[in-house]
Design a protein around this ligand. Sequence first.
Ligand SMILES: [Zn+2]
Length: 259
Amino acid sequence: MTQPRESSNPSSVEQPRAQAYPNPDESEDLSRSTTPVLVVTPHPDDAESGAGATIVKWAAQGRRIVLVVCTNGDKGSSDPEMTSPKLAAIREEEQREAAGVLGVSEVVFLRHTDQHLKDTYELREQISREIRRHMPHTVLTIDPNRPYIRHEDHYVCGRVTLNCVFPYARDRMAFPEHIEEGLEPHKVREVYLWGSLDPDTFLDVTDTFDAKLDALSRHRSQVGQGWELREVRARTRYAEVGKRIGATYAEAFKRIEIF
Ligand SMILES: [Zn+2]
């Protein structure tokens, strides 16, 4: 993997575009699009897990992909020798490596504490800023709508991102400091939600599924133990989704068009 370059934003990293995987088919309307995509993930590895093959597919089509990572994942270990600061540093490195495999152009680390993501002015401002900065046609994030058992960080990430798509990033008078900085309001055209209980959009990711697994495997602190079993389960799970559209592998989304 090529080493990422630090960009002018101290919490973001410019990534070279990965070219190691074949171009997917161009049978879907969106697959012909070259518009930018903003991915907002609660933790390092969630985007790979829920939508990694779609990200690779879109990147390979020439879409510029920016990944915003909300939390530092510093609670994701049961190793008694591990510390939160050490784990946060490990997970950021793993995320950079995985982002290189996905073909992500830039990674923005918001570095909120794991398990403490809250719907705050700060988080709304940060995500709205990235929408205005990168002007995505498509925002890809996690579906917040899960009743009962759910990870609160996942809920907050999905819910706040949807709120930023509409109305905060779109409305001129929200976050007037952005205007002073030269960031204009931006209207996102569509949202894809992974992890939806009610998916309505199924993308054939047969050609990029191996890349998804490759990216996921880079999160060694999370998947290092028992990777073989996890890979088998992932292949089984996404092959089941693929049957919905007659594909070997597919990823499922709830798609929201914004008029
Ligand atoms: Zn997560």
